[in-house]
Design a protein around this ligand. Sequence first.
Ligand SMILES: *Cc1c(COP(=O)(O)O)cnc(C)c1O
Length: 241
Amino acid sequence: MERSLTDKRFFDIEENYKELSSGIAEAAIKCGRDPQEVRFMAVTKTVEPIYINHALSLGLDLIGENRVQEFMSKRDELNLAGVEKHLIGHLQTNKVKQIVGNVDFIDGVDSLKVAKEIGKASLKAGISTDILLEINIGGEESKFGFTPESIGETVCEIAEIEGVRVRGLMAIPPICDDSVKNRIFFENMHRLFIDIGAKKIHNVSMDILSMGMSGDYQDAVACGSTMVRIGSALFGARNYR
Ligand SMILES: *Cc1c(COP(=O)(O)O)cnc(C)c1O
């Protein structure tokens, strides 16, 4: 019984992967973009290593975990050769030391303080850490991130920090099943991304615009996302958080 349930989940992940990969490509083509411009990140929070490894065996090469502890406890069991690893959740300053050097990117950088801490830990480790700056694009009180109004100034301050390289932006817009409303947030993000990139700030390159999740990735791709973060549509519903 248990065995067949397991098999079913493997099968589902495979089907979901195929469907999502073509969904992402179609969304790109529909708006005249090259599908290669959009990367598919598998969001692995709460997912057991055996299923993550199955997804990786299908060709995924990019994962995102939310929590430092969870990532560190799972990573030895993961087949991570050639896989780019991102921490995508809110990072507390006291956890920075544990994660620097263990992931390729820290995506949810949402304060000057945490950026400085990442810089410090990176210098100590003799490395430079790639980061994305999180924007609270919906202006929600419950969410972390820089305001769209403040980011222009803040990005210059972060650019001065040794040990970090700003590589782009990420956002989690308000949850909404209205495609028109979703697109307003995504378009605003895209504008910020272009505007900051155009400033050609030293140590800042706008390579990655991480936006779009299971429910809204098509809209995000239509508005210029270069990285969609997909959890439940790939692995199935999470049963906590
Ligand atoms: C959980 C999570 C996702 C994936 O959400 P789904 O709706 O399951 O695709 C994407 N980004 C972040 C930051 C998350 O925490």
